[in-house]
Design a protein around this ligand. Sequence first.
Ligand code: NAP
Length: 267
Amino acid sequence: MDDNSPLALVTGASSGIGFALAEQFAGHGFRLVINAEDDRLEHAARRLRDAGADVRAVRADLREPAGVDRLVAATTGLDVDVAALNAGVGQGGAFVDTDLADDLSVVDLNVVSTVRLAKPLLRRMVRRGTGRMLFTSSIAAMMPGAFQPVYNASKSFVQSFAQALQEELKDTGVTVTSFLPGPTETDFFRRAGMADTKIGSQDKDDPARVAEQAFEAVMKGRRKAVTGSLKTKAQGAADRVLPDGAKAVLHRRMAEPGTAQGGDGRP
Ligand SMILES: NC(=O)c1ccc[n+]([C@@H]2O[C@H](COP(=O)([O-])OP(=O)(O)OC[C@H]3O[C@@H](n4cnc5c(N)ncnc54)[C@H](OP(=O)(O)O)[C@@H]3O)[C@@H](O)[C@H]2O)c1
């Protein structure tokens, strides 16, 4: 692969949707800078290289300002054509029961690191007059997340942030796309401690399909895409019209501990 190939940066690329996004970019001829926090990143980089991709792996904990700085520094002097700010974690459970440190960790990664990274990357893109920014939002952004409140609020932030930037940057040559997956088969729910919930235990969307649709959306410069199965798209459409109170009740039924199929029998 030569240096004239386009370059994509993907955060949270060691697994799940981020890895599938990296595969999409690689499959379409992009060089890659990929990031995650732990050593699974090297394994992901090897898999992508084995498939022929030109990959640079940058391990950095994006919850830490120094981790964001390290990742930004790793792209200094490179023209990032697409930046996919995807790293994110959840935290299930009643707000009064969860550890404050875990709640704040969700904010630090999903919200603070997104802002920290977007600033220098977008400044460079605007200076060049070209670039594409892709934010991993969620259909959770549209629902008050009873029993996952900080996570849903963090995705509402990402969604609002992306839409505001779309307006600010519309005449700059830089496009901003947010995509909204529904429940997707990744490590997300296990890591969020939600294996005993209905949403954590039900059938979910294929991350490869989600990433394919997200890739298409960002390359077409679309502003927003609900990605995944028809069921997810239907849920996204319903979320646009349902009252917030009703959505909070529905979310409780999916996310309250003990709602797993075969759990305590709650609906
Ligand atoms: N799965 C779903 O149902 C779903 C639905 C809607 C939106 N999303 C969003 O999709 C994105 C990807 O999640 P996923 O479902 O693919 O889950 P996942 O498989 O758990 O992937 C999360 C990725 O984020 C990375 N990450 C976690 N903490 C990090 C940190 N401190 N610094 C840097 N990277 C870190 C992980 O790498 P490490 O191994 O280094 O921790 C991993 O690569 C998230 O933003 C999530 O909110 C997921």
